[in-house]
Design a binder for this molecule. Structure first.
Ligand code: KG4
Ligand code: ZN
Length: 340
């Protein structure tokens, strides 16, 4: 089965084709980062309009790269939510229309399920069950995954998502948008012993997170610092160390409490090299294994949507007559794929 996947939930237009026999045939991505950079964050209306501009050329490009004709696509998957409603509607409308005009089935995919299953596109995919740390611009969650559609949220953020905390800290240090990669680069030049940030909510039981205090801590530290380039680097380092440490403590707790030996990292923040290194050390000590997608599939992309859509379609799931967008959509409401 060959599935065309479309992702338009935020500021990246992603298109890909996944083939159940041959794997990923082609994928392409257009990032709107430059469009939103002047505003310091994503402007929803501009995002929707840019998806409209880019989606058809990207579809043509992916089909050409895969060397496919329309008749060779067996189904279409698109991101149905969560995300920005206008942006989601672009991908949903295009995906649904193509499926209708080509006479093939379609399915709406949960964006976070896409992230969660993205490591399964790699050569050494994780087997079920696993614990997933989903860390993106909008989410910070620990999820127990028993199978496709079998998700139990073990911990969630009470305020800012991890990526959001990276972005806000970058903004107050004037590092530009998106902040995660900028903080990571600058942190490499920071002195790890200069400042010590708190590890929020690690001193009490449970797996929930809270990251908004770290951003405030960064602001206060900046205001009382020398306010030069070295101070920025030292703060970036202390902030990143605190985030990575906090996530590692909670991941270790989740693995131990649930007796699971496989950890999956997914979502934009899983691209962070300090986080990856720390999780490698953690699983070694726990005699467990860690899995993550290649860097380009950590952040938003069409491949993860094509793949998650494929898993649901091959289990018999089919979208109905209409189509929709679900800007707010809990991962826990998902079910195992069921034939229509
Ligand atoms: O998954 P994603 O592309 O979009 C959402 O679904 O939110 O995640 C984007 C987030 C942004 O907050 C960005 O700053 C963060 O992921 N990010 C990083 C890194 N690369 C992206 N955070 C820390 N370190 C990175 N290397
Ligand atoms: Zn995402």
């Amino acid at each position: 089965m060959r599935v065309l996947g479309i992702e338009t939930s935020c500021d990246e237009t992603g298109v890909a084709v996944y083939d159940s026999d041959r794997g990923l045939l082609a994928h392409t991505l257009y990032s709107q980062v430059e469009l939103h950079a002047d505003y310091g964050g994503v402007v929803p209306e501009l995002a929707s309009r840019d998806h409209v501009r880019k989606i058809v050329p990207l579809l043509d490009e992916v089909m050409a790269r895969a060397g496919l004709r329309r008749a060779e696509i067996d189904a279409v998957a698109y991101t149905e939510g969560p995300g920005l409603v206008g942006a989601l509607l672009v991908g949903a409308a295009v995906g649904r229309t193509l499926a209708w005009s080509w006479g093939v089935p379609h399915v709406g995919v949960h964006h976070m399920e896409g992230h969660l299953l993205a490591p399964m596109l790699e050569d050494n995919p994780p087997a079920f069950p696993f614990i997933a740390l989903l860390v993106s611009g909008g989410h910070s969650m620990l999820v127990q995954v028993e199978g496709v559609g079998q998700y139990q949220i073990l911990g969630d953020t009470l305020d800012d998502a991890v990526g959001e905390a990276f972005d806000k800290t970058a903004k107050l240090l004037d590092l530009g948008y998106p902040g995660g990669p900028a903080v990571q680069t600058l942190a490499a030049e920071g002195n790890p012993d200069k400042y010590k940030f708190p590890r929020p909510m690690t001193d009490r039981p449970g797996l929930d997170f809270s990251f908004s205090g770290l951003k405030t801590f960064a602001l206060n530290t900046w205001q009382t610092s020398a306010q030069d380039q070295q101070a920025k680097a030292d703060i970036a380092r202390a902030f990143q160390d605190a985030v990575v440490d906090t996530l590692a403590i909670k991941c270790r707790r989740a693995l131990r409490e649930n007796g699971v030996k496989r950890l999956v990292l997914a979502g934009g923040v899983s691209a962070n090299t300090a986080l990856r290194a720390r999780m490698q050390a953690l699983v070694k000590a726990e005699q467990a294994e860690v899995f993550y997608p290649r860097l380009e599939f950590c952040t938003d992309n069409g491949a993860m949507i094509a793949y998650a859509g494929y898993l649901r379609l091959q289990a018999g799931e089919r979208g109905g007559e209409g189509f929709g967008a679900q800007p707010r959509w809990s991962l826990e409401t998902l079910q195992q794929p069921t034939p229509l």
